[in-house]
Each structure stands twice: as C-alpha cells, then as structure tokens.
Design a protein around this ligand. Sequence first.
Ligand SMILES: [Zn+2]
Length: 137
Amino acid sequence: MLSKTDKELIKKAYDTVKHVSEREFGNVVVAHVGVALRTKKGNIYTGVNMECKCDIGSCAEHHAIALMIKNNEHDIDIIVAVDRNGNIVPPCGRCRELIYQVTHNHDVNIIVLHSKKVTLKQLLPKIWEETYYKDVK
Ligand SMILES: [Zn+2]
C-alpha cells in the first residue's frame, strides 16, 4: 500500500522525465525514464537516464544517486522510476546492486507498481561481497 508521500514521489519521477523533452543530440538520447528518491532526511533527488547510440549509457537511478552523494547523503528511504508513459519501472539488477552498495541497507523501499512497494531485499536477496573474489585470486 502506498502512502500519499509515496504517490507524490511517483509524480515527481514522472514530472522529471516529462520535464526533459525527449530529444537526441549528437549521439546521445536522453530521458526515457525519470527517477525520484527520498532520503531518510526527507530530501528528494531526481535523475533521468541517458543512452548513446553506441550502447553506452546510464540508468536514471545512477544520476539521482550521484546527485544525492554530491549533497553528502547516502541513506535512501524510498526510490521509484517512471517512464514517459507513467509506467513504474522496477530497477535493473545493476541499479539494485548500486542501491545496496551506496546505502548498505536492505530495507530501502522500492515502488514497483502504482499500488505496491517492496524492500530491496525482496528484489536482491543476495548482494555482491568482496569476499566472493578472495577464493578466485
Ligand atoms: Zn538500472
């Protein structure tokens, strides 16, 4: 069940991607997805994705998280990604791992539907650990 503030965060993510006109310049295409995250301090950070024609790019989560870090915060309370059509987009595997590596918190809330949020642990039961590679070396 989503709260009023959760629904406001969805709107913020949607407004973020709608605010940036979908455009192409050079070899870069931006803004198919917008993200809004709220920290435990109550601050909201947003980002949009970026894709290049040569297949490099970054998810909107990366840009919102980078902005949060730039502001000396790392405790995400809740995060949501929304596409241009207003659909909720659950984070990809790379972003799930990034959220954990930045927060070290499996209880981060992630909105996955317009009516449902889950914890990061539900989406990412096993996290990357440096010890995985100690046996390989
Ligand atoms: Zn991603």
